[in-house]
Unconditional design. Structure first.
Lengths: 153, 153, 153
């Protein structure tokens, strides 16, 4: 049986695949949201972008609080989803229990969706701090579980 | 036959490996380009970097439009190449058709190279918007194809 | 023998797993460090964060040199650890010699830990430049080795 067929029948790897695709899609969506805010707030970073709107270019070359908020949210996604993709992969391949793995993946995906909502609405703290921490703890827990079962320095 | 040998004979995985290495190398190159601009524009972020040039440190602790442009291009790479590495991996392991997979990988690699050129020259819009969108659509298409063939919530 | 069992017995992949978990854990730690600096320096990016401290919100909505330093260090991690995770994976699966692979992984992990120390203390240049370059060269070397053994355009 080929490796691709085997991975397609490994429930933990299928779960990893599903949740990795979901959180990466969520992250990708931040790009069009940033573009939307830049256009509605008329705040651009590049002269060639401001030029598309016509009129006074210099007036549109500015930072806007709403645009910067979306960008910080996007960067926070990067800082947390990158570890999830890397740690989730090596964790999924370290033969964990399916239910424990699913718990990790579900909490992480949920925490990142709620984090984005908390950041963009914005909801009062500690909404964002709590959703952020939940995702962080999932990453740390997967790293710990992986290093416990596979350690080769 | 070992898993490593099998993956070495799986054309889709070999294609993923090749294009992943290419786009990551392209992204890595942004670091020396940033350093080059910081030195020629004499615009540093850290006092210890400005100190290497000698003279008045405070004068060199400034932001420069060209340096910020390279940094935005680098961040845009991160925001798009990270999903490609993650989605491309799970997509390549979901047993897609070789020619369809190659089409995805080639369009993505081409779009990111052209995006960097559009950003750094800079070419007038919509050059950058189009090259950016092509890469984004490849990522969304790989996510859709992966979730269709492998879905385990 | 299942693919997961095989990977668990492949020393190169186990080494990749171990070092990937270590460098990602190191990167994750940057988030609490940023939060710590934001609180001790009383410099927040969002009004809802400053509101948690009470008092004059506007006074705390500012950038601080120490906070920005941690953030640059975190971003530099992202820019270099992302290629390591991607290139390290395809490199580990391209059947390299165990000792050569370990050399790559160890130099990279060491260089990133020393880079963080050089950045946050901060140590005088060229400490940071050298540790940064060591990590970059490991990434380029893994990309070269991978493309040499697996190339499918």
């Amino acid at each position: 049986m080929s490796v691709v067929t085997q991975l397609a029948e490994n429930d933990v790897f299928r779960a990893y695949t599903t949740y990795a695709a979901i959180v990466l899609l969520k992250m990708i969506v931040m790009s069009p949201i940033t573009a939307y805010y830049r256009m509605t707030r008329k705040a651009f970073a590049n002269p060639e972008d401001a030029a598309m709107r016509g009129g006074d270019i210099k007036k549109y070359l500015r930072t806007d609080q709403d645009v910067e908020r979306v960008r910080r949210c996007h960067l926070n996604d990067l800082e947390n989803i990158v570890p999830f993709i890397g740690l989730g992969l090596v964790y999924a391949l370290s033969n964990p229990d399916l239910h424990v793995a699913l718990l990790h993946f579900r909490i992480f995906a949920g925490s990142r969706v709620l984090h984005t909502i908390s950041y963009l609405v914005p909801l009062p703290q500690p909404s964002r701090a709590l959703t952020f921490s939940a995702g962080l703890l999932v990453n740390v827990s997967m790293a710990y579980a992986t290093l416990r079962s596979v350690c080769y320095l």
